[in-house]
Ligand binder design. Structure first.
Ligand code: SF4
Ligand code: SF4
Length: 444
């Protein structure tokens, strides 16, 4: 059986985007492990490709996690539209595992929504899955836990490279390669001066310098789009413009609140009220903004006026954090999800059309040959912080020879206590050429 120490030593963190250290998450008792195979961000396919090509390892990782938290079962949430993948995966499952087919909606992969859809349990506002007896684990994280069982550290990342590239593809690359190298691996850009989106189109961010930016343990996708694509234009809008348009354009129709996934769960998340608060000065704390997931559904799809309630919610959420105040007993309509969730969820095809991504909505198959070439990269620059928590303490020096898998950094200590974090490892064989600004550069 795997131990927390093995998982910590292997540097496993949530690969679905959050980067929370997995050994800490698994330091709990739960009755169910829920595998997040929903992959609901449009255009991304790397989790499905991992399941297709490494099913045995994913199942082994889930089983190890199940044993560690003492759970009786594992439920794998995967879209029912991938019937072929479900058929492919089923023979590998153990007796304690089952598949829960999910609707093709956004955000099916939000762990609050996933736990409700797979187990029928509602996590309270501001809560975490363990409060309802569940631990949620992403597909790639499970794969990395299987590696930890064999004492293999995390040295690579799966990601989808798509959009305006010659060959949309899902690949495995060593940690620390540049985004530009990944784009070249996908045949390069098909347009001049593309915008580079890191992550999915709903929750990703624009990267202005893909030649310098590096793949980390949480990079899930790279999407190239024209600079004048509506998604890029809206992501580039400055805050002053967001608030000015919101004040004059919001008619308080409340469609954003009625379609909000957290609101549908019964949480007190009402983006139309945050929009209204803009008219009442900068210091208003709007109850419920603390529980906004940032899923962007209100801004990218629900609002008929094309406004940006998500960023208004997140700005107000930051105000709550700065104020030091807490809403200790939030209103919570536990039965609301049963009444409204199914009628109001947003189908992915509608979302793709709304985002203007129909032309880019192609499957990005796994390419083993390109992955093998990428794993042979001549140089990597590896940040010592690729997780939630404190940056790791570096344990190597310039001039030192390292092998792929050697430890570069360990969780920092403060006042004799180990800080939240996960070890960082070399992703290629080579020589450490520099340790600067929290980044270790290794040359073959
Ligand atoms: S932000 Fe948009 S959806 Fe929400 S209340 Fe205003 S106009 Fe309606
Ligand atoms: S981003 Fe919008 S839709 Fe998503 S949880 Fe926040 S308020 Fe709701």
């Amino acid at each position: 059986m795997v131990t927390q120490e093995q998982i910590s030593r292997a540097g496993v963190v949530g690969a679905g985007g959050a980067g929370f250290p997995t050994h800490v998450k698994l330091n709990a008792k739960a009755d169910t492990v829920v595998c997040n195979a929903a992959e609901c961000e449009p255009l991304l396919h790397k989790d499905k490709e991992i399941l297709r090509h490494f099913p045995r390892q994913v199942v082994a990782g889930l089983d190890a996690a199940r044993g560690l938290v003492g759970a009786g079962r594992v439920v794998i949430g995967i879209k029912r539209k991938y019937a072929d993948l479900i058929d492919h995966l089923t023979p590998f499952l153990t007796d304690s595992m089952e598949i829960c087919p999910l609707d093709d909606v956004y955000p099916a992969g939000d762990e609050f929504i996933l736990v409700y859809e797979t187990l029928g349990r509602v996590i309270p506002p501001g809560g975490i899955p363990i409060q309802v007896g569940a631990v949620v684990m992403n597909v790639e994280t499970a794969l990395n836990v299987a590696g930890a069982v064999q004492d293999e550290p995390v040295t690579s990342k799966f990601l989808t490279v798509t959009g305006c590239v010659a060959k949309p593809v899902s690949i495995r690359v060593p940690l620390g390669v540049t985004l530009a190298e990944c784009i070249e691996a996908a045949g390069g850009s098909t347009i001049d001066s593309p915008a580079c989106l890191v992550g999915g189109p709903m929750m990703g961010y624009l990267e202005s310098n893909p030649t310098n930016a590096r793949v980390t343990k949480t990079t899930g996708g790279i999407i190239l789009l024209p600079q004048d694509h509506p998604l890029v234009v809206s992501m580039s809008r400055p805050w002053t413009s967001i608030t000015r348009i919101a004040k004059s354009g919001c008619d308080q129709c409340s469609h954003c609140s009625e379609m909000c996934p957290r609101n549908l769960l019964g949480h007190p998340v009402e983006p139309h009220k945050a929009m209204r608060s803009l008219l009442f000065g900068a210091d208003v704390l709007v109850p419920g903004t603390q529980f906004c997931s940032g899923c962007n559904l209100c801004s990218r799809c629900s609002c008929p006026e094309g406004l940006d309630p998500r960023n208004v919610m997140q700005a107000n959420r930051r105000k709550w954090a700065e104020s030091g105040q807490k809403w200790t007993d939030p209103t919570f309509h536990r039965n609301r999800a049963d009444m409204h969730m199914k009628n109001r969820q947003t189908p992915i095809p509608r979302l793709v059309r709304r985002l203007g991504l129909t032309d880019y909505d192609v499957h990005a198959d796994w390419d083993e040959k390109i992955s093998a070439q990428m794993m042979n990269s001549p140089m990597v620059a590896i940040p010592l912080r690729q997780h939630i928590g404190a940056p790791c303490e570096c344990v190597v020096k310039p001039g030192q020879t390292v092998k792929a898998g050697d430890v570069l950094g360990v969780p920092a200590t403060k006042d004799g206590k180990t800080q939240l974090g996960a070890s960082i490892h070399a992703s290629i064989d080579g020589t450490v050429v520099s340790v600067e600004s929290g980044v270790v550069t290794i040359q073959k």
